[in-house]
Design a protein. Sequence first.
Length: 115
Amino acid sequence: QVQLVESGGGLVQAWGSLRLSCAASGIIFSIYGMGWYRQAPGKQRDLVATITSGAVTNYVDSVKGRFTISRDNAKNTVYLQMNSLKSEDTAVYYCEAERSSIQYWGQGTQVTVSS
């Protein structure tokens, strides 16, 4: 049974920082591409950042220079370090694992940035 469990969300003031974690089980973590997505109220779920099994990273333009995705294969965990947070970063953040067009999703963690 595949499980992705996010943690680290919460309420933070603008320009603050948070680190999200996503612990995976039930998959061979090291061979999966991992990603973080977010969904604001009334909006679609959008890509934030991805990291391949080879640790190549990709970011949406709006978070470049502020967010960093990383992975620790020994801990089966992917992280999203979020700095200089803005009110528009407020959303539910979801962890995703992908390989060969098969996707798994976590339950999400709320991030709220107060201005």
